[in-house]
Design a protein around this ligand. Structure first.
Ligand code: 3PY
Ligand code: MG
Length: 253
């Protein structure tokens, strides 16, 4: 386990990297940089449980936290991600209090939730079952994505649910749900983000944001605004940016 949950509970910023490419080397390379957490995206990629298992070996070896964005708020997907060694889950598109309750329940063992017990990889194949089990509900990081205008309308009810460590704004889905897809700086989209941020502050839940473009000044600005659970870019975007930077260097000659 890394330090993400502790940092967030102390009011600090935790920075993450986003792994879409389904190969452990990619996550391993990013885990060697200064991120606090690496998220394997199982919502919008070809990542499957077998790539996740190998990525878990690569990331856990680095001491960083491994998070998984689930394909949906699904108990089976959460069980597999946590059993394979994820330190937490990021649940997409949580729009109601009931969905938030479900997101917490799928992350935790009874009585707080409905996670199934097993002798999976997370317990060192049973050799560490008791210690893992005792601390699991406390240690697991539960992040819900607020990325729809319906979540903006219901945010205070959503955040009244106990057990949510952080929220995470998906700017593309949020803008799309407002029929402003991709207009990330539209005043109405920014106003919706502000409503979400303010509610997180009122409820003492760490606010998060996915900063997708390579835009270091935006990172400073978002931290200044109060966002603390922040993903920086995408692995695919890092490759695009690297290619363009090299080609631009050649073009100048
Ligand atoms: C979005 O922008 O909708 C996202 O889910 C980013 O992770
Ligand atoms: Mg999204």
């Amino acid at each position: 386990m890394g330090t993400t949950k502790q940092k967030l509970s102390r009011g600090e910023v935790a920075l993450g990297a986003w792994n879409m490419i389904p190969h452990p080397n990619v996550a391993e390379i990013m885990a060697g940089e200064g991120f606090d957490w690496i998220c394997v995206d199982m919502e919008h990629t070809a990542q499957d449980v077998q790539t996740l298992e190998n990525i878990a070996r690569a990331v856990k070896g680095s001491g960083k936290d491994l998070l998984v964005r689930l394909p949906s708020c699904d108990d089976v997907a959460a069980k597999k991600a946590l059993d394979l060694g994820a330190d937490g889950i990021i649940v997409p598109c949580v729009n109601t209090k009931e969905e938030a309750e479900q997101a917490v329940a799928i992350a935790k063992y009874p009585p707080e939730g409905m996670r199934g017990a097993s002798l999976a990889r997370c317990t060192d194949y049973g050799r560490n079952f008791s210690d893992y089990f005792k601390a699991a509900n406390e240690n697991v990081l539960v992040v819900i994505m607020l990325e729809h205008i319906a979540a903006v309308e219901n945010v205070d009810e959503i955040l009244s649910v106990p057990g949510i460590d952080a929220t995470f704004i998906g700017p593309y889905d949020l803008s799309s749900s407002m029929e402003l897809a991709g207009q990330l700086d539209h005043p109405d989209v920014l106003a919706a983000q502000k409503t979400l941020l303010d509610s997180c502050t009122r409820h003492g839940v760490a606010p998060g944001f996915h900063i997708i473009p390579n835009d270091p000044p935006q990172v400073e600005a978002r931290i200044e605004m109060g966002f603390r659970f922040i993903a920086l870019g995408l692995d695919t975007g890092f490759i695009i940016d690297g290619c363009r930077a090299m080609l631009a260097g050649v073009a100048r000659k």
